[in-house]
Design a protein around this ligand. Structure first.
Ligand SMILES: Cc1cc2nc3c(=O)[nH]c(=O)nc-3n(C[C@H](O)[C@H](O)[C@H](O)COP(=O)(O)OP(=O)(O)OC[C@H]3O[C@@H](n4cnc5c(N)ncnc54)[C@H](O)[C@@H]3O)c2cc1C
Length: 287
């Protein structure tokens, strides 16, 4: 296993306490030398300023590259153009281009807004800014929950690549076979962009079940049962989660994953412990 590369996702803090803690969170995570921090963005612009401020906090505290997420559903060409200009003026070189989620009525083909799918956002960025931004898009090894089927969903992923995506970050998953099968489909379709697994640390029973249900990810039965058993013993649950996710990451890296993107949920310890375990494993295999 080669020395792994990581990137980290942050979300804009929502309470004054979380805002106050953010610089320390960023500095501690930056110590693991991530390739970049990505920062989430609320569909419909709900956390637009929060994304910008969090991004600037990373720039000011660490100098590590940033990649703001940008969701397009419900937005106009003018809104998106203004945001892209703002990001470009701030020196941003990478964007995570997404559709986002709004209530079902807001996503019908007749809904207001100039965009309905992420592929349209990718085309728009390329049309208006050429290659000024590296564009990452979302990939779903276990299928996007609203897709009509795995083949249609994969075809829609291919459209984002054809529109100009440079790379993809996956939805969280705990079943590595789903990622390997997705990569086989990419290989057969001639898709060569890096598809980086999105890794969600496990630190809590209810949240893990909720996250998986929300995005249609399979929570393997053995993990579910162990988390349920340990749900009232937080230290033991955290140790179990670190072990299970370390093994998932090792399996992915050993079998060709180009790097890993951690959904940190603004928590330092789980992500840093995973990175330390993976760096140690890489050093062991190099000896
Ligand atoms: C790495 C990552 C980061 C994320 N960050 C954020 C964030 O910051 N903020 C946020 O609000 N959400 C975020 N999300 C969630 C994301 O917005 C949702 O999963 C959303 O439902 C889909 O976004 P998408 O970009 O994958 O959409 P798309 O690629 O547009 O796909 C959405 C659905 O439409 C279908 N589809 C695509 N094109 C067509 C077409 N031409 N015709 C018919 N059907 C089509 C697809 O199969 C899929 O079911 C993130 C997800 C991931 C994986």
């Amino acid at each position: 296993m080669n020395t792994p590369h990581f990137s980290f996702e942050l979300f804009p803090p929502r309470t004054p306490e979380a805002v106050a803690k953010l610089p320390a969170v960023i500095s501690k995570l930056a110590a693991a030398r991530p390739e970049y921090f990505s920062i989430t963005y609320g569909a419909g612009g709900s956390t637009q300023d929060g994304t910008y401020e969090t991004m600037m906090a990373v720039v000011n505290h660490t100098g590590v590259e940033v990649a703001p997420h940008l969701t397009c559903v419900g937005s106009t060409f003018a809104n998106i153009a203004a945001l892209l200009d703002r990001y470009r003026a701030a020196g941003v070189k990478r964007i995570v281009a997404l559709r986002g989620d709004l209530p079902a009525t807001a996503m019908s083909p007749s809904a207001p807004g100039d965009f309905h799918y992420a592929s349209e956002l990718v085309s728009f960025i390329r049309k208006t800014h050429g290659n000024a931004f590296q564009i990452e898009v979302a990939a779903y090894p276990e299928m996007h929950p609203q897709a009509t089927g795995p083949t249609a969903d994969f075809d829609h992923f291919c459209r984002k690549v054809e529109a100009g995506a440079d790379g993809a970050l996956t939805q969280l998953f705990y079943n590595p076979e789903a990622y390997f099968e997705f990569m086989e489909r990419c290989q057969k379709a001639g898709i060569r962009i890096p598809v980086v697994p999105g890794i969600m640390p496990i630190t809590n029973y209810a949240n893990t079940v909720r996250f998986c249900a929300g995005c249609g990810a399979d929570l393997p039965r053995w993990i579910h049962l162990r988390l349920e058993e340990l749900k009232d013993d937080k230290p033991a649950l955290i140790e179990f989660g670190i072990g299970a996710v370390t093994r998932l990451c090792e399996t992915l890296l050993r079998n060709g994953a180009p790097s890993l993107h951690f959904y940190t949920i603004n928590q330092v310890q789980p992500t840093l412990r995973l990175c330390e375990n993976l760096a140690l494993a890489a050093r062991r295999s190099a000896v």
